[in-house]
Design a protein around this ligand. Structure first.
Ligand code: SAH
Length: 230
């Protein structure tokens, strides 16, 4: 039983590695994978890198090369849903690629040949992750639902409003989750994901994102991972 902990940012990975007493570095696909233990459990920690293709490669290598039994993603995201504010935590129940459109051959957002536009996260692992968030960050508001991914840092009011209008159920937007969800679906590996809201994906997103990653994101990720594996 090996748990993969995938972080999107250097700051988050560093905080997770601080919790591992014995990690050793292994290189694959130009990435550094950190193999070791956390609370006595076997763990592989790695940076996803940014964007859907990079994250898909990372997930495939974790599954095929490192034979992980489950993947947990921790990162930050832009808030889209009403009431999803900076500092809140979103646990994903499903993912969709907001920039995938093979219409009119397939409906907008549908992943061709899958007959679906959304991939669900694993219910049991997601329940464990939600419980860990509640223990680790009891004062933070926790939302559960749809997270959307695309190869774009959403950082204008106009684009944010367009996403909200097209996908009113979306709680948050980021750049990796839907890719990892699809790879895990293909291999039958349980997947769960948590994102702390760093910005509102609007005209202020750049400033908010940088400040949040520096001040908060790494503490959040490490606290959640610590509670999940304790
Ligand atoms: N220049 C930045 C790039 C970060 S991209 C840097 O310092 O590295 C933003 C990362 O945070 C992605 O991994 C994405 O998943 C997440 N994210 C946070 N806010 C986002 C937003 N508003 N839109 C898209 N992704 C966002």
């Amino acid at each position: 039983m090996t748990t993969a902990i995938v972080s999107a940012m250097h700051e988050e990975l560093a905080a997770v590695l601080d919790l591992m007493p014995d990690e050793s570095r292994r290189l694959a696909a130009g990435r550094e994978f950190w193999v070791g233990h956390l609370h006595g459990r076997e763990v592989v920690a790695v940076l996803s890198r940014i964007g859907k293709v990079a994250a898909a490669t990372t997930a495939a290598v974790l599954i095929e090369r490192f034979q992980v039994s489950e993947i947990v993603f921790t990162g930050v995201a832009g808030g889209l849903g009403p009431g999803v504010s900076v500092g809140d935590v979103v646990v994903a129940e499903s993912f969709l690629q907001h920039d995938l459109d093979a219409s009119p051959i397939f409906p907008r957002y549908e992943v061709p040949l899958y007959g679906a536009s959304q991939f669900r996260t694993d219910a049991a692992l997601t329940a464990r992750l939600s419980a860990a968030v509640a223990r680790a960050l009891p004062q933070q508001r926790l939302h559960r639902g749809l997270v959307v991914s695309g190869d774009r840092f959403v950082s204008t009011d106009a684009e944010c409003r367009a996403l909200q209008a097209a996908l009113p159920q979306a709680l948050a937007v980021e750049m990796e989750g839907a890719a990892v969800a699809q790879v895990c679906h293909d291999f039958g590996v349980p997947f769960a994901a948590v994102r702390t809201i760093s910005d509102r994906a609007d005209d202020d997103a750049h400033v908010d994102f940088a400040r949040f990653v520096r001040d908060v994101a790494s503490r959040h990720s490490a606290a959640i991972v610590h509670a999940l594996l304790a």
